[in-house]
Ligand binder design. Structure first.
Ligand code: GDG
Length: 472
């Protein structure tokens, strides 16, 4: 990788959005999401250009004649925005990416709408078209020297499209979500196109060895065998690697020391009138297993009445951009269960479950929640990595992490209490175990977890990714 010449980073999600405020002024907002929160500090340090879709009201008001704006300020990097039509958003983004590839990758084959071939094909055609738009924007930015780093499932065809124009381009691709087995992925009518697209990269990264293994097996089953696959490609071989994403550990620990956040954490506790707090933080998505988590908490309260009035569950659910129907039905389901639990157990000013749906404009606003929580409960049914579990480990002083074995983070964070989120009874028992865990055991587990999260932090991940890419 030619690091000296900077990076062209490509993702569907943009790191910053612009909106009008009440005074009719344009305001910059940093956006949520695992990908953007991980990559933004890296690009601020390395410099370069980030190509992404501009989706907010004032996004195009702030651009120069080359469709770029510097973010977060003059000392930052260039953000080049792509405009997608309503139809492209519907078919490429909500359609093929989020209604076909997302569920398929999370092994929810039945949710992937593949039974209607014609409809899927229409979405696929848009997917190809929009990938072409991204590739064209990259080609306009490319001077022949930069490393091109493409992210995630929306853009699998871009590496091949760039490679066709520049056979020697240095291209890396990182896949942020799980990679499923062939019995699931093989169902995709365009499986070969997706695989060939990704295999046109020089370096291809996944979060865990298991996803990498499944990917290689899919490539083999599709007749594209690892390095040899590129013999029919214009590029050279592809190195496939597992490089688990980390967080900016020091940033979280330094914020955890701030008095203002400690005070806010105390306010949260006081507001809930609860002695102990369990926390969940997840985008509104069916893969996060929020209903299972709520049912587990309900069962825990039922089976352990001594904890009623003592323990509350705070569930933060920042919105995600899925189709309106999907969003609504997931939200309704969650709200119904929250209502049931609060109706059944709530008393004397104590609220068993408090759910917040507002997206917090600054990520650091999550710190008081992490500090207030005695237990963090992660019940993803399937999750590429799950950064919030690592953020909690970095921030908390004496908390316990309960972690789904189906989150990529579980392969690293072995000292968490690991659960099968579908086994609600087991999760309920784990909540009790976490709340009654002796201090010494808590400390021991947390120290080991902190060590891992610190050692494999964001900078280390970046270096390991770059090393793998450079070694090509
Ligand atoms: C995908 C994969 C993979 C949360 N609420 C707010 C907020 N957040 C931040 C958290 C965290 C990020 O969003 C969420 O990251 P996760 O990794 O937990 O989950 P996904 O969004 O599903 O991310 C996932 C990830 O990509 C990276 O590869 O780990 O498996 O699904 O950083 O702190 N940030 C702000 N306000 C909020 O209200 N500002």
């Amino acid at each position: 990788m030619k690091t000296d010449s900077g990076l062209i980073l490509v993702s569907n999600a943009e790191p910053y959005a612009y909106n009008w405020n009440e005074d009719d002024e344009i305001e910059q907002e940093k956006l949520a999401g695992g990908l953007t929160s991980a990559m933004d500090p890296l690009l601020q340090e390395a410099g370069g250009t980030w190509v992404a879709w501009g989706r907010e009201e004032a996004d195009f008001e702030v651009l120069d004649s080359e469709n770029k704006v510097r973010v977060p300020d003059e000392n930052g990097y260039d953000l080049r925005r792509l405009n997608l039509s309503e139809e492209e958003v519907e078919e490429f983004y909500l359609g093929f990416s989020n209604e076909v590839l997302w569920p398929l990758s999370h092994s929810f084959l039945e949710r992937s709408n593949l039974e209607d071939y014609r409809e899927c094909e229409r979405k696929w055609n848009f997917y190809e078209e929009v990938n072409r738009k991204y590739a064209d924007a990259v080609l306009e930015e490319y001077s022949g020297d930069e490393g091109i780093w493409i992210h995630d499932y929306h853009l699998t065809l871009v590496p091949r499209m760039v490679r066709e124009e520049y056979p020697d381009a240095d291209i890396a691709f990182f896949w942020h979500i799980p990679w499923p087995s062939w019995s699931i992925f093989g169902a995709l009518p365009w499986r070969k196109e997706v695989l060939k697209g990704m295999l046109s990269s020089n370096f291809l990264g996944f979060h865990t060895p298991s996803y990498k293994k499944e990917f290689v097996s899919c490539a083999e089953k599709a007749g594209l065998r690892g390095k040899e696959s590129n013999l029919e490609e214009p590029g050279v071989g592809t190195t496939i690697s597992s490089v688990p994403l980390g967080i900016d550990y020091d940033w979280f620990t330094s914020l955890a020391e701030k008095d203002e956040f400690k005070r806010e954490a105390q306010d949260l506790r006081d507001d809930l009138a609860a002695e102990r707090i369990i926390l969940g933080v997840d985008r509104l998505d069916y893969t996060k297993g929020i209903p299972q988590r709520l049912r587990a908490f309900e069962l825990f309260l039922e089976e352990n009445p001594e904890f009623q009035g003592e323990v509350s569950l705070i569930q933060r659910i920042p919105p995600s951009r899925t189709s309106a129907d999907e969003y609504q039905s997931t939200l309704e389901k969650i709200e119904r269960i929250v209502g049931e639990i609060n109706g059944k157990f709530g008393k004397h000013g104590w609220t068993p479950v408090k759910s917040f749906h507002r997206f917090l404009p600054k990520q650091e606003q999550l710190i008081p929640y992490y500090l207030a929580a005695d237990v963090q409960l992660v019940t993803s049914l399937c999750d590429g990595m799950n950064l919030v579990s690592k953020e909690y480990v970095a921030t908390t002083d004496e908390g316990v992490l309960i972690l789904s074995e189906f989150a990529g983070a579980a392969e690293e964070l072995e000292e968490a209490i690991q659960i099968n989120p579908y086994n609600v009874k087991e999760t309920a028992q784990s909540i009790k175990r976490a709340l009654t865990m002796p201090s010494e055991e808590k400390r021991e587990r947390l120290n080991k977890l902190k060590k891992k999260v610190r050692e494999n932090d964001l900078m280390n991940w970046r270096d390991r990714f770059m090393e793998g890419w450079l070694d090509k």
